[in-house]
Design a protein. Structure first.
Length: 614
C-alpha cells in the first residue's frame, strides 16, 4: 500500500502494545453482499436501499434499523438477519489482498490483536468460516457495546483486552493502533485515545484525513488496458500472481469480458469502455499509480487520453506502453535477406528515438514521448519482438507471426520463405514479455521510479534470442510432414507477389529484419526464462493443425488463403492493411477492410476474428 503523508520529513518510529482491526472494509470486502441485504430490507420497508447505504457503512445494523423501523431494532432480528448474509449472498465477500497474511503474521509472532466490528457475532463468525480466515485473538462485536461507532466504546473495550496481558509490563507501550476504513470508525478510534491508520478501501484519502486519521494508506492502483488480449492477459496473470495486494483495474469492452476476467481474477475491478472513450480513460488514469497500455501499439488518441488523465492524478503516476520491434523493421537489402545492424536499447538509444517517422509504430511512440514530456508524466515503452507461446490469460491465447506462417504453410501444402528467408528477427516467450511489464511496474512504484529509465530514453526491448525465418519455416514444415500433413519436408523461396497470395502482409511478417538487444531490461534484473522458440514450435504446429480442422471435429473454421490481384499500384493498399491489422489489437471493421481492399477479390470471413488474437 502507498502511504499518504501531509508533509515530508524524517521517518518516525512508533511502538504499540497491539493492533485493533476493523473487519469489513479492512479485512474483507462484503460490499455486494451488504447491498443485497439492505436492498431486501429496503423492499420490505418500502425504502430506497440507496438511501440506507448512504449512512450504513461502519455502523451497527441495529442502529440503522432504529432509524428505519424501531420494531426491528432488536438483537434477535438483527442476529438472524446478519447470520444469513455470508451463506445466502449471491456475491460472497472477498478478503482484502494481504489481510490473510496479516492475520497469520499477528498470530505467528504473538502480537496482541483484536477485531472490533460493527457486525454481530453471527456475521463475523460466518464470514471467517466461509472465507476460512484465521481466528483473531480477541473480538468485540456489535452485541458487546451499548453504542456503535463513532462512539469509542468498542475500541475502548478492545484496547482493554489488548492491555490486560501487559499489566505487569511497566516498560511496555500502552499505545494501541487502530486500523480502520470508515470515518465513523476513525473518529471512534481517536476518541478511544488510539493512533489510527486508515486504509483507503472504501473512502477517499481526503475523506479519511478529514476524519482525523493519523496516517492514510491506499492500495497501489494499476490500470491496465488489453487484459482480455494475448499480451495483456498474460501480463494480468503475472502481475496479480506476484502482487495480489495491488488494486488492479481493467478496461473491458462489455460485461461478458468483465465476467470472464472476474471469474479468473476475483479481486480485479473492471470498467466498461474502449480505447476511444476519452472520458473513461482520463478518469481511470487519474486514479492510477501506473497505467499499462497493452491493448494497442497504434492508438494515438488513447495515448493522449491516458497521459492527460495521469497528469491530472496524484502526481506520481507513470505510463508503460506496448510497442514492438517492428519499429526497427529493415528490408533495405531486399525481402528475405539479412542485415547486420543490431539495435542495443542502451548503446543505440539516440538512434532508436530518432528513427524515421514512417517506421512502424513510430508516430505512436513519439506521441508517448512528447506527451509525457509536455505533461510531466514519466513514460516507458516496451518493444517485444516475435512473441510466441500459449497465453495464460482468460480469453486470447494465440500469438501472430509463427502461427500465421504455420497456417499459411498448411494451407499452401508446402513450406516456403519470403525470398531466401535468411532475414533475422528476435523472439521472446509471452511469459517473459509479461515479466518485462512486471519489472517496470515494480520499478514505477518505487520512490522516484526506482532504477528504471523513464522519458525519452525509456525504451525497453525484450528479446531472448535470434532466429531466421528460413529456420522457422524448415522446422514447421518438418514437423507438419512428420505428422502426415504435408507431402514433403522441403521448402521453397517465394517472390513477394507469390507470398502475398497466402497472406496480405507476408513481406512485413516474414520478410524483414528486426534485430535488438534488451540491455536496459537486463540491467533491472529481467531474465527470460520461458521455453525457446524452437521448443515451442511443435505445440504451435499442433495447435494450428487442430485449428484448421485437419484432425476432424475442430471447432475452428479452416482459414483459407486470401486471394488478391496484386500489382505495383496496389502496394500502398497492402501496406495500409498491414499497418491496420499487424499493429492493433482492435480488429478492423468490415467497412475499413472493404475500403482498403477495393481491388481485392474477396476477404475471408474469419479475417476479423483471427487477426484480433494478439
Amino acid at each position: 500500500m502507498s502511504p499518504e503523508t501531509q508533509e515530508s520529513g524524517p521517518f518516525a518510529s512508533h511502538i504499540f502494545a497491539g493492533v485493533l482491526l476493523d473487519f469489513d472494509g479492512t479485512i474483507i470486502d462484503s460490499t455486494e453482499a451488504i447491498i443485497e441485504n439492505w436492498k431486501r430490507i429496503g423492499n420490505e420497508l418500502g425504502i430506497d436501499h440507496h438511501e440506507i447505504l448512504r449512512t450504513s457503512h461502519g455502523r451497527r445494523s441495529i442502529d440503522v434499523l432504529q432509524q428505519l423501523d424501531p420494531t426491528k431494532a432488536n438483537w434477535e432480528y438483527v442476529s438472524e438477519m446478519e447470520s444469513q448474509i455470508p451463506t445466502l449472498s449471491k456475491t460472497p465477500a472477498v478478503e482484502i489482498p494481504g489481510a490473510r497474511n496479516l492475520l497469520e503474521s499477528l498470530a505467528k509472532f504473538h502480537i496482541p490483536h483484536a477485531i472490533v466490528t460493527s457486525g454481530t457475532k453471527a456475521l463475523l463468525s460466518g464470514w471467517l468460516n466461509v472465507l476460512q480466515l484465521p481466528q483473531p485473538q480477541h473480538v468485540t462485536v456489535a452485541e458487546d457495546v451499548t453504542l456503535g461507532k463513532p462512539d469509542p466504546e468498542g475500541y475502548r473495550k478492545g484496547k482493554e483486552k489488548i492491555l490486560a496481558g501487559r499489566v505487569n509490563d511497566d516498560n511496555g507501550s500502552k499505545d494501541v493502533l487502530v486500523v480502520e476504513d470508515a470515518p465513523a470508525g476513525i473518529r471512534a478510534g481517536k476518541a478511544a485515545n488510539c493512533k489510527v491508520l486508515a486504509v483507503a478501501t472504501t473512502h477517499s484519502v481526503d475523506v479519511l484525513k478529514r476524519a482525523g486519521a493519523d496516517w492514510v494508506v491506499r492500495d497501489l492502483r494499476v490500470f491496465i488496458t488489453g487484459a482480455t488480449g494475448y499480451v495483456g492477459g498474460q501480463t494480468a496473470v503475472t502481475l496479480i500472481a506476484a502482487h495480489p495486494e495491488y488494486d488492479v483495474v481493467a478496461l473491458v469492452r462489455d460485461q461478458e469480458q468483465a465476467d470472464k476476467l472476474k471469474s479468473r481474477f476475483p479481486n480485479i475491478s473492471t470498467v466498461l469502455g474502449t480505447l476511444d472513450d476519452d472520458a473513461v480513460l482520463k478518469e481511470e488514469a487519474a486514479k492510477a499509480d501506473v497505467v499499462l497500455q497493452t491493448a494497442s501499439s497504434d492508438h494515438v488518441p488513447a495515448v493522449n487520453s491516458l497521459l492527460s488523465g495521469l497528469a491530472n492524478g496524484n502526481g506520481r503516476g507513470r505510463y508503460i506502453h506496448i510497442s514492438g520491434t517492428g519499429v526497427l523493421n529493415d528490408m533495405s537489402t531486399g525481402p528475405g535477406n539479412p542485415t547486420s545492424k543490431i539495435y542495443d536499447d542502451v548503446k543505440d538509444i539516440h538512434e532508436i528515438i530518432n528513427l524515421p517517422a514512417e517506421a512502424l509504430h513510430r508516430n505512436v511512440d513519439d506521441a508517448v514521448i512528447t506527451g509525457g514530456m509536455r505533461l510531466n508524466v514519466p513514460t516507458a515503452i516496451v518493444c517485444p519482438p516475435t512473441i510466441y507461446g500459449v497465453g495464460e490469460g482468460p480469453i486470447k491465447k494465440r500469438s501472430m507471426q509463427v502461427p500465421f506462417l504455420t497456417e499459411a504453410i498448411l494451407n499452401r501444402g508446402k513450406g516456403f520463405t519470403v525470398g531466401k528467408g535468411e532475414n533475422l528477427w528476435d523472439y521472446c516467450h509471452v511469459s517473459d514479455v509479461a515479466k518485462a511489464f512486471l519489472v517496470l511496474t515494480e520499478e514505477a512504484l518505487k520512490p522516484n521510479g526506482g532504477s528504471a529509465t523513464w522519458g525519452p530514453e525509456g525504451y525497453y526491448f525484450a528479446e531472448a534470442g535470434e532466429f531466421s525465418w528460413k529456420g522457422v519455416s524448415e522446422k514447421v514444415t518438418q514437423i507438419a510432414h512428420e505428422k502426415g500433413k504435408l507431402a514433403a519436408a522441403d521448402i521453397e523461396p517465394l517472390a513477394v507477389e507469390d507470398a502475398l497470395k497466402f497472406h496480405p502482409w507476408a513481406p512485413v511478417l516474414w520478410g524483414g529484419n528486426c534485430r535488438s538487444r534488451a540491455s536496459r531490461l537486463r540491467a533491472l534484473g529481467w531474465k527470460p526464462e520461458g521455453p525457446s522458440l524452437w521448443e515451442a514450435i511443435p505445440s504451435i504446429v499442433e495447435f494450428e493443425i487442430r485449428a484448421l480442422g485437419f484432425l476432424g471435429g475442430s471447432q475452428f473454421q479452416a482459414f483459407n488463403p486470401l486471394v488478391f490481384s496484386v500489382n505495383a499500384s496496389e502496394a500502398t493498399i497492402f501496406a495500409a492493411l498491414a499497418r491496420l491489422l499487424l499493429i492493433t489489437s482492435h480488429p478492423p471493421s468490415s467497412t475499413q477492410i472493404t475500403r482498403l481492399l477495393s481491388h481485392g477479390e474477396h476477404v475471408h470471413p474469419c479475417l476479423e476474428s483471427r487477426t484480433g488474437s494478439s
